[in-house]
Design a protein around this ligand. Structure first.
Ligand code: KIV
Ligand code: ZN
Length: 521
């Protein structure tokens, strides 16, 4: 067992750094839901957002702060009084609030506000003092710490500690460091900076070279006792350290990493799926711990070994991360109770109205497929297009004619803010024709950046999950959907992404340039 010295705090920044990844917008309700799941799984500190960034961020951080049961609720702020005051206004409702303030300390980042080293040192002193006068729990980060000169980094860390910071977070902002260097940097800061033994050192790693998890764990070996991470490794560019990876690495290799977290690992799979759905960022199949293939065995030798002893090819049990094996076979004769029980085994606890909605869609699917697999049910539950009555655009009906003789043709009806419009459009293939129909009904200038189709299960009757990413004027939104008809799934995902872009416009003022609603029916 680990003693308290080996307790590592888990600081989750899915709702701040994770949400910063292009296209990963979450609605207010979705943020509250994810915060609740994080709190419930034992995350120590939730970075709920960047309150000065927008009214929406402020409202989400405030409400998360009010609702949190156990976790410390943290907000981010730049190194100025206005940001810090706004952050405090949002987090102060929490039982345990934290202000996180940061400034870029490397030569490249110092050049942006054009501050000398002395001027920046003074700014750090003043802003950390200001934050500490508002809140007892203050975290300070020298952004791009791993590319900051050692002498200057040690100097500003000492200033922040003297000004009252209680946690010093060392960000590898651009994913530049490597494990040995990450461990050495923390070890040296703790050994050489006066006052270092009075604060918690934290590590915050990005994954640009694929080393974020290794660098975070190395920092812990060097003395860090807080890891900043996100669910599924969501985050800018190549993302952040993945919560599930560090937690399971410390659990499975406790012999060489004798540290403990307060995380209930059996809740990992559920939250991973929810974050994938609400962020629009599907988890890659071969992603460690939470990927669809993480516990799948394809080759004969592996399957044979697994049947004899699961430990031959599995270093952790699926149930350790919340993947349950159940025997109930779902089909068209299965009732509501069986569906509820099955979903609960899979980690989905739905309210009655949500269950009713999923049940209707499950029956429709069961009519099309002989057997409904776990992954089919997950796709049904996580289909982000399913029930949102507030969406501006809703697909009402569509028919596509395709075959060897083109052009392919789509007939479609979409409801735009409650008003139904029908069109017929042609295109180079059925999906192109269908997308052209959507564009004829709702003209816009958003550009399709990504279109990706995956089969959820095997067989020609498998559901397809489709992801699309759209961009307009720097705003990016993703949409996902699942259906046994690939073209229907494609249109629903496209419409879903457009709805998210519209929400972004409402949030940021501007965005989707809507040409006009055309009624050609
Ligand atoms: O990557 C980074 O440096 C950050 C800071 C704001 C902590 O996210
Ligand atoms: Zn970051």
């Amino acid at each position: 067992m680990s003693n308290d010295e080996n307790r590592v705090l888990i600081f989750d920044t899915t709702l701040r750094d994770g949400e910063q990844s292009p296209g990963a917008t979450m609605s207010h309700q979705e943020k509250l839901e994810i915060a609740g799941l994080l709190d419930d799984m034992g995350v120590d500190i939730i970075e709920a957002g960047f309150p000065i960034a927008s009214e929406g961020d402020f409202a989400a951080v405030s409400e998360i702060a009010k609702n949190a049961k156990n976790a410390v609720i943290c907000g981010l702020s730049r190194a100025n009084f206005k940001d810090i005051d706004r952050c405090w206004e949002a987090v102060k409702h929490a039982k345990a609030p934290r202000i996180h303030t940061f400034i870029g300390t490397s030569p490249l980042h110092r050049a942006i506000p054009n501050l000398t080293m002395d001027e920046m040192a003074e700014r750090i002193h003043d802003t950390v003092t200001h934050a500490r006068n508002l809140c007892d729990d203050v975290q300070w980060s020298p952004m791009d710490a791993t590319r900051t000169e050692w002498e200057y980094l040690a100097r500003v860390v000492e200033i922040a500690i003297k000004a009252g910071a209680t946690t010093i977070n060392i960000p590898d902002t651009v994913g530049y460091t490597a494990p040995n260097e990450s461990a050495d940097l923390i070890r040296r800061l703790i050994a050489e900076v006066p006052g270092a033994d009075e604060v918690v050192f934290s590590t915050h790693c990005h994954n640009d070279l694929g080393m974020a998890t290794a660098n975070s764990l190395a920092a812990v070996a060097g003395g860090a006792r807080q890891i900043e991470c996100t669910i599924n490794g969501l985050g800018e560019r190549a993302g952040n350290t993945a919560l599930e990876e560090v937690v399971m690495a410390m659990k499975v290799r406790h012999d060489i990493m004798p540290y403990a977290t307060g995380i209930d690992s059996t809740k990992i799979m559920n939250i991973s799926r929810r974050v994938a759905t609400v962020s629009g960022f599907a988890v890659q199949f071969n992603k460690a711990i939470v990927g669809k293939n993480a516990f799948a065995h394809e080759s004969g030798i592996h399957q044979d070994g697994m049947l004899k002893n699961a430990e031959t090819f599995e270093i952790m049990r699926p149930e350790d991360v919340g993947l349950a094996e159940t025997n109930i076979v779902m089909g068209k004769h299965s009732g509501r109770a069986a569906l509820r029980s099955k979903l609960s085994d899979l980690g989905y606890h739905l309210a009655d109205n949500q269950l009713n909605d999923v049940f209707v869609r499950f029956k429709a699917l069961a009519d099309l497929k002989k057997e409904v697999f776990d992954d089919d049910l997950i796709a049904l539950v996580t289909d982000s297009t399913a029930t949102d009555q507030a969406d501006h655009l809703q697909l009402v009906s569509m028919t596509v004619v395709c075959g060897t003789e083109g052009p392919q043709r789509a007939t479609m009806t979409i409801s735009v803010d409650g008003r139904e419009t029908s069109v017929e459009a042609t295109g180079d293939g059925p999906v192109d024709a269908a997308f052209n129909a959507v564009k004829a009904i709702y003209p816009h200038h958003a550009v399709l950046q990504l279109y990706q189709v995956n089969a959820v299960t095997e067989g020609t009757d498998a559901q397809a999950t489709v992801s699309v990413r759209m961009e307009e004027e720097g705003r990016i939104a993703t949409g996902q959907s699942a259906d046994t008809d690939t073209v229907v799934a494609s249109v629903k995902a496209y419409v879903n992404a457009l709805n998210r872009l519209i929400v972004r416009r409402e949030k940021t003022g501007g965005g989707l340039r809507e040409v006009s609603y055309k009624d050609v029916s």
